[in-house]
Design a binder for this molecule. Sequence first.
Ligand SMILES: [Zn+2]
Ligand SMILES: [Zn+2]
Length: 349
Amino acid sequence: MSEQNDIYTDLWSPQALKIRPCSRLFSLKPIGIGTSVTESLSSYLCRLADEHCVSLQKLVTQEISSLIIDHQHEQNSTSRSISSIFGNSDAKPAINGMRDMTRSLVDALEQLTFRQDLHYLSCLTYQGVIKDRNLFRHYKAWCPQCFQQQKQEKQIVYEPLLWSFKDVNYCLHHNCQLSDRCPHCDSQQRAIANNSCLGFCDRCKQWLGNNLNDEVEIVEKERQIITGIGELIATAPVLNSPPTLPELIQKLKLIQFSFERSLRQDLTQFIALGKVLEQLKIAITQHQDKPLNLVNLLIPVCNLVNISVAQFFKEDISGVSKILNVNFNNQIQKTSKTSSLASMFNLRA
Ligand SMILES: [Zn+2]
Ligand SMILES: [Zn+2]
């Protein structure tokens, strides 16, 4: 009898069965994390609404708004439009950036989907270290050929975070200019609208893609900026911890030292380095507690010393120092052969 009881005890454990809790919304996998074409937060939100077969307005007002709006304003959140919930400015591509509202939206979505990687769809990793003023577009821009290719190859239609940046005006994949107005009705597109549908115009509902082969010559400076921003996006998930301003200032001081070492070798470099060196000095001394300008300072400075934006953020101080030394010595060897120091740095600017 006692043996039989043991069997029943084993089979019918008195402990409650552990069932993993289900997420309120689908745990939809974001596209391209760890690459330069990481999906944007607003694109993810659109796809999430689509997966649930509801409009973006319904998803935001009925599931998300109560988590991002303070309780005083909560009562009427279900009847509000998206632009009033996010505020006019946050319904723009800047929602993919580093604002407090972006943080609230990411927290709400991570809570609802049980995902922990959604902050990589924004620039929150760089909050406080990169200046966000004038960094993001007011309205969407897109590559019509990327949309068309996604559709033709039956891939998921989505918008990369890269397109939210004001200084990204070209698609390096198709060598074409990004569009920012619907080719059918000429309207501009908000990042988050009540009835957003990826690849289609919010207003006339027509397809925004095309396969017109309108290749253009992309100047090197534009290419460097787009590549630099792409590296910044791709690097966020591989950083051991979010970058801090004092650490970045230390790395910039090393670069300043490297510039000055180059000038001691060849004073003629002063004309090319002078302006950047001046900006660098100001950032390091007078503005060392202020976020750094990505497009006018970090990317050109990294290019001048042949260090990638990814290396600048990923490597620690000693790693950056080693790369700078190797680059400097390589250039010395090269220039001693050609008896010219013109290529001491990558002076294409
Ligand atoms: Zn493209
Ligand atoms: Zn249109």
